[in-house]
Design a protein around this ligand. Structure first.
Ligand SMILES: Cc1cc2nc3c(=O)[nH]c(=O)nc-3n(C[C@H](O)[C@H](O)[C@H](O)COP(=O)(O)OP(=O)(O)OC[C@H]3O[C@@H](n4cnc5c(N)ncnc54)[C@H](O)[C@@H]3O)c2cc1C
Length: 411
């Protein structure tokens, strides 16, 4: 059997090991925590996710994997449908078209501009930022009120810094296939495409990671790999770390390494609190301009969670990575108390990710294509959230596809 080395024991590396366990003699190298950004801390009565909060049920590969390894995901309760934006005041996000018309999420003029989306010509021959795309199709007000919080919540980035084509390829495809997002969505709803529901696990994401490891026949090695030459004994090598770490490991391939270094990362601090009876009861609140990008009300949506978590920093406020824990907690606490009116937390906790999430900047797809061409020449495989999707679901789907390639099958 050929020997395969996977560097990085996050969900990308671990799920790849699972899919290839019967085809290769697999070794996974992890320098720190198994699960990477999917890691749950238990402090007293509090389950605190350091990173991944959950995943949507609209990606079959994740659900299939859960079933195969024998773990049952937990669906978020009905509160998860209640979401807010904070823009100097709390505004409930309307879920139905009629609620949207009645809501004060946009001015009358802003709503009219959104309705004009039906008539905006598609642009399919050039890359745009999310800001350019959303302003062109849905107007400035929508971009500020809806896209800015959304980008902060998913990518810890801003609409101006993010490529529409790389970050939301499905929406871009809908625009080009149907001529308008609304026309496409109406058609697709008729086609019966369900939107996903948020899931996690009873005791957090680490429960899944532990089960995945248990069901994977591989050598799990706690070791930091610094140079590709350390893996000379392996027939194949997959680097499933952050892109800048891959750049370092692959420094002898100068062009590949310099391309990998161009993928930037946004910092995020996750700050946990517990406040008695904090309001509103909901899934979470995303902000338009604060240093706290959003608040996740874990205790109102999943079992065994007693706290809430704030996400602080991102591209909006990258200085967070220079601050000590005490200052970060103070900033998050001030923001949460301003937003919700809560006072005197019973519990505080913080986890700073200096390089939390890769930024899919303009040119990302071309950069990734160049990186993969160079990696092919070097005879290594690159994997992980830096390239073709940041979500937990994307990582598992991409693992499945890479596994098929490594087994010599076309997907
Ligand atoms: C704060 C936060 C919240 C998130 N929330 C969600 C969410 O709710 N839903 C969702 O779908 N996605 C979420 N994401 C995105 C998701 O977490 C990630 O895309 C996914 O977990 C990344 O997995 P990965 O294996 O590609 O990378 P990572 O998890 O970063 O794993 C890379 C691994 O490589 C290891 N490593 C690094 N260098 C070396 C080395 N030299 N040698 C050996 N090992 C090394 C690291 O220690 C790490 O374990 C979130 C991300 C963050 C940061």
């Amino acid at each position: 059997m050929q020997k395969l080395a996977i560097v990085g024991g996050g969900i990308s590396g671990l799920s790849l090991a699972y899919y290839l366990q019967n085809d290769y003699d697999v070794s996974v190298f992890e320098k720190d925590k198994w699960g990477g950004k999917a890691y749950t801390q238990k402090i007293r009565d509090y389950l605190m996710e350091e990173g991944v909060n959950g995943f949507l049920s609209n990606s079959p590969k994740t659900l299939e994997l859960c079933e195969e390894i024998g773990i049952k995901p937990v669906k978020a309760n009905e509160n998860s449908k209640i979401r807010y934006i904070y823009d100097d005041k709390l505004i409930k996000i309307p879920l139905k078209p009629l609620d949207f018309l009645k809501s004060d999420i946009l001015s009358f003029k802003g709503k009219l501009r959104v309705a004009m989306e039906f008539f905006v010509e598609p642009i399919c021959d050039k890359e745009e930022s999310v800001e350019e795309f959303a302003t062109r199709r849905l107007g400035k007000e929508f971009t500020r009120r809806m896209m800015t919080p959304m980008l902060a919540g998913i990518y810890a980035s801003t609409p101006a810094k993010t490529s529409m084509n790389a970050a939301f390829p499905k929406l871009k495809k809908i625009e080009c296939e149907y001529g308008s997002l609304f026309k496409g969505m109406i058609k697709l709803k008729r086609g019966g495409q369900p939107s996903g529901e948020l899931h996690s696990f009873e005791y957090g994401m680490s429960e899944f990671i532990e089960k995945l490891k248990e069901k994977t026949k591989a050598n799990f090695i706690k070791k930091e790999i610094k140079d590709i030459d350390e893996l000379r004994d392996f027939d194949k090598v997959v680097i499933a770390t952050e892109a800048f770490v891959a750049a370092d490991i692959l420094k002898k391939y100068e062009k590949l390494s310099s391309l990998l270094k161009r993928i930037e990362y946004n910092p995020v601090a996750i700050v946990g609190f517990d406040y008695d009876k904090i309001k509103p009861v909901c899934f979470g609140i995303l902000t338009v301009k604060d240093r706290t990008l959003g608040v996740l009300m874990d205790k109102y949506i999943f079992p065994n969670r007693n706290g809430i978590r704030a996400m602080v920093g991102g591209a909006r406020w990258s200085e967070v990575k220079e601050l000590d824990e005490e200052k970060i907690i103070k900033i998050a606490k001030n923001d949460i108390e301003k937003i919700t009116g809560a006072k005197n937390p019973k519990f505080t906790w913080v986890k700073l990710h200096k390089n939390a999430i890769p930024n899919y900047s303009l040119g990302h797809q071309k950069l990734v294509s160049d990186i993969f061409d160079e990696a092919k020449k070097a005879g290594v495989y690159l994997h992980g959230n830096a390239y073709k999707g940041v979500s937990f679901n994307d990582c598992i789907k991409n693992s499945y596809e890479l596994a098929q390639e490594l087994k010599g099958k076309n997907v």
